[in-house]
Design a protein around this ligand. Structure first.
Ligand SMILES: C[S@@+](CC[C@H](N)C(=O)[O-])C[C@H]1O[C@@H](n2cnc3c(N)ncnc32)[C@H](O)[C@@H]1O
Length: 445
């Protein structure tokens, strides 16, 4: 389509694309690295930037490595396998720093904490699709609804890959049809596998395009082949939607939940509940969050966006009371039961939007000393931040999976809070995504 151009890569975008400039006009080129001279083609031109495709590397960055995964250049799941680990860490540190600096001048960002860059994902979401009469199981291509049919994914835990291998065979044996997105026909849409840290409990969720029950023998053969599967759920999703799961779920083998341990506390999880995907990095992240909170025995702590109660329950032995807030009803049911399981008598949970519950707590004169904030990628709602500023806790610890919304939100809090340094955590190795923790102390005047 377009001519082949030459350029030098200057730096990386937050999505890890190399930036080449034509005059002042930036072109973003996937899989190119800083300090490389490259040939590229323009694939999409917008008014302020263009997207390009790497054609040939003329001078290579010495920290470029050959991606170990054979699907890397096709699959949209990973973006940084062509970087050695030290370059990935540097990229994530810089990426967090650049994004936050747009909101807070001179913010100090520590080196990204990183381990388990492969084989880490304890929750795998495989798409199942019918393509020309064949069953494809895998992940979306970059910016596409087409599936890369994978035999193995290097960032999933190996047990998930083993289970998918068996499922592939059983789909053939029992002639189970795969979903076709265009026609809306076909039975099996997704397979979600979640395992605890030592693989002693594994949950498999089959998302189906119909209410008809899954073939019993198919499930029996699967759990016979993988006896660590302690929970099999059928979830029904008949909607033509991007959302993976539907509202209706039923247990078809074993328990409704699996159980894991984090920093000495036990957490049971229903499939609807959020849980961090990289166990080793999560423990480091939560320990850092708790250390930064400087907890004392008289503290009242709010654990906002609490999921199944992880951060608050790990913090609870050191404080007077923990109040958890979470919008997903199933997660709050898990949180309450986890509190019992962990013998925590100083926790209280509220189901609802953090912005609404927080306002309610302020009305009821709840005066927290510490607020943990751990929202989804969109960050918090302005009403939530206003309520936090009104109640003005001494300390705030903000855990974020999106530096852009972290920057936006801490800028608002910085009216009344001194912002400490920020530590990024490599929760999502070999992708451009990054987690970060930031703490704040109330200004004295
Ligand atoms: C990044 S997760 C953190 C969960 C938990 N703190 C943990 O570490 O496991 C964000 C959580 O916020 C919940 N959530 C999303 N929007 C919310 C809202 N408006 N109010 C309260 N919770 C919300 C999600 O269901 C999810 O459990």
């Amino acid at each position: 389509m377009s001519d082949i151009l030459q350029g030098s890569v200057l730096n990386l975008t937050h999505e890890s694309k190399g930036v080449v400039k034509i005059g002042h006009f930036p072109v973003f080129i996937k899989n190119s690295l800083p300090d490389e001279d490259i040939e590229y083609k323009i694939t999409k031109k917008k008014s302020k930037f263009a997207e390009g495709e790497l054609v040939r590397i003329l001078k290579e960055n010495e920290r470029r490595v050959s991606p170990p995964c054979p699907y890397f250049f096709e699959c949209g799941g990973c973006q940084t396998q062509h970087m050695d680990d030290s370059l990935e860490i540097e990229f994530k540190t810089e990426s967090v720093k650049n994004t936050l600096s747009r909101h807070i001048k001179n913010i100090k960002v520590n080196t990204c904490v990183s381990k388990h860059l492969y084989d880490y994902r304890n929750k795998s979401v495989f798409h199942v699709r019918e393509v020309d009469g064949d069953v494809h199981i895998g992940f979306y291509k970059d910016k596409s609804r087409d599936i890369v049919d994978v035999n193995y994914c290097m960032i999933q835990k190996p047990i998930a890959n083993d289970i998918i291998k068996t499922v592939r065979k059983l789909i053939k044996t029992y002639n189970i049809s795969a979903y076709n997105e265009k026609s809306g026909k076909g039975y099996l849409r997704n397979i979600i596998i979640r395992s605890n840290n030592d693989n002693s409990e594994i949950q498999v969720v089959f998302v189906t395009n119909s209410e008809s029950p899954i073939n019993k023998r198919f499930v029996e053969d699967l759990v016979h082949a993988h006896q660590m599967i302690t929970s099999v759920i059928q979830n029904v999703n008949q909607k033509r939607t991007n959302l993976v799961t539907g509202r209706e779920s039923r247990v078809i083998h074993g328990n409704e939940r699996i159980q894991d341990k984090l920093l000495g506390k036990t957490f049971k999880l229903r499939h609807q509940s959020f849980y961090q995907v990289n166990h080793g990095v999560t423990e480091l992240l939560y320990q850092e969050a708790i250390d930064r909170a400087q907890l004392t025995e008289d503290d009242i702590v709010i654990d906002a966006y609490c999921g199944v109660g992880t951060i608050g329950q790990i913090a609870s032995p050191y404080v007077k009371k923990v109040i958890g807030i979470e919008v997903v009803e199933e997660a709050i049911r898990d949180a309450k039961e986890n509190a019992e399981l962990n013998d925590r008598t100083n926790t209280e949970y509220h189901v609802g939007k953090a912005e609404e519950i927080m306002k309610q707590l302020v009305k009821n004169n709840v005066q927290p000393d510490v607020v943990f904030i751990d929202p989804p990628r969109v960050g918090t709602d302005k009403d939530f931040l206003d309520a936090v500023l009104e109640v003005a806790p001494d300390r705030i610890v903000y855990i974020s999976c999106n530096p852009a919304t972290l920057g936006r939100d801490i800028k608002i809090l910085s009216e009344q809070y001194e912002i400490d340094d920020v530590t990024p955590f490599n929760m999502f190795g070999k992708t451009y995504h990054v987690e970060a923790v930031c703490s704040m102390i109330k200004k004295t005047t």
